[in-house]
Design a protein around this ligand. Structure first.
Ligand code: C2E
Ligand code: MG
Ligand code: MG
Length: 310
């Protein structure tokens, strides 16, 4: 990491700090062994530090909220559950989406507190509704010792039945320590907590792994679902993934269902559940109950159509 006197700093401290930022950048880049300091590098470091501090504060001050995205049973046309998705009301910056802060929560370890909050908040909110609840669990949360024990205590506290909760994990958790992950999955299953493999098809999806993991549900990534109509190859992948999962007694959720044509194709393939903007966007609790009330009327009339909220 290279910083130059006097243009990058007048003092030793500033030069060291700036060359440190340049070194971090050099380490991130592949095929390059050195990097010169630039002013935007400094901005990035400062941005990141500010975000970390704001996240600490945000957790303390209750700046997080959950949105819920409905999932529809493709056989009955009824809403069977919701996925809880985290949002952050960052003061002065508006509503932040997970891709702007989840990684930082994970890297700083703040995800442990944030994740506990998500679970408690979502279970309490959904408890009185006739719905299952899916919650995303990060690798760090999943690998934390005694996950199942801590979950059972929380569920007991809130009086939320374990079999209505589904944890969404990614293949990331299996990559580090597969044996330990499998043991944890068995532990969860023995308590009646279901587990879904999220974003299937985007990572190092291995059939060997699919066979070994005790999973209840597999979520086909939106990347494949969105291009169902335009890509013969993606249609073939989705279709055979559904068949394979059914042979293994695994339920299939397709995410990223943006229109009726895709929904009908999935129904034809025997897919169990659909989720996507074409059915409903993630909504705050107040709007979710409104939407549920109006969509039940539509499905009772036999049309099984959902008024999309865009
Ligand atoms: P995910 O679990 O795969 O969630 C689905 C994402 O796809 C959501 O984005 C959702 O809004 C979006 N989506 C839903 N339907 C459609 C569609 O029809 N088309 C398109 N293009 N996108 C659709 P979101 O809310 O921005 O969440 C992004 C990711 O952040 C999630 O991906 C999940 O990995 C992570 N995340 C969200 N909430 C939490 C949380 O509480 N804890 C943890 N650890 N991760 C979370
Ligand atoms: Mg998910
Ligand atoms: Mg996903």
């Amino acid at each position: 990491g290279v910083a130059l006197y006097p243009s990058d700093g007048q003092e030793v401290d500033a030069l060291l700090q700036h060359s440190g930022a340049a070194r971090t950048r050099a380490r991130e880049a592949t095929g390059s062994s050195y990097h010169f300091y630039t002013a935007d590098m400094h901005d990035r470091v400062i941005d990141r530090l500010n975000t970390e501090v704001a996240l600490y504060r945000g957790l303390e001050r209750g700046e997080f909220e959950l949105h819920y995205q409905p999932k529809v049973d493709l056989r009955t046309g009824q809403v069977m559950g919701v996925e809880a998705l985290l949002r952050w009301n960052r003061p002065g910056m508006g509503l932040q989406m997970p891709d702007q802060f989840i990684d930082i929560l994970e890297q700083t370890g703040l995800i442990m507190d944030a994740g506990d909050w998500v679970l408690r908040e979502a279970c309490a909110a959904i408890r009185s509704m006739p719905l299952s609840l899916a919650v995303n669990i990060s690798p760090r949360q999943f690998m934390h010792p005694n996950l199942a024990d801590r979950l059972m205590r929380m569920l007991d506290d809130i009086q939320f039945p374990a079999d209505r909760l589904e944890l969404e994990i990614t293949e990331q958790i299996v990559v580090e320590d597969e044996e330990r992950a499998i043991a944890t999955l068995h532990d969860l299953a023995s308590r009646g907590i279901r587990v879904a493999l999220d974003d299937y098809g985007t990572g190092f999806s291995s059939l060997q792994r699919l066979k070994r993991l005790p999973l209840h549900t597999l979520k086909i990534d939106k990347y494949f679902v969105i291009s169902l109509v335009t890509s013969k190859a993606d249609a073939a992948i989705v279709r055979s993934t559904i068949d394979l999962c059914h042979q293994l007694d695994i339920n299939v959720v397709a995410e990223g269902v943006e229109d009726d044509v895709v929904m009908e194709m999935l129904r034809g393939y025997g897919c169990d559940v659909a989720q996507g903007y074409g059915i409903c966007r993630p909504l705050a609790m107040g709007r979710l109950t409104e939407w549920m009330a109006s969509s039940t009327v539509a499905s009772l009339s036999g049309r099984h159509t959902f008024r999309p909220i865009r």
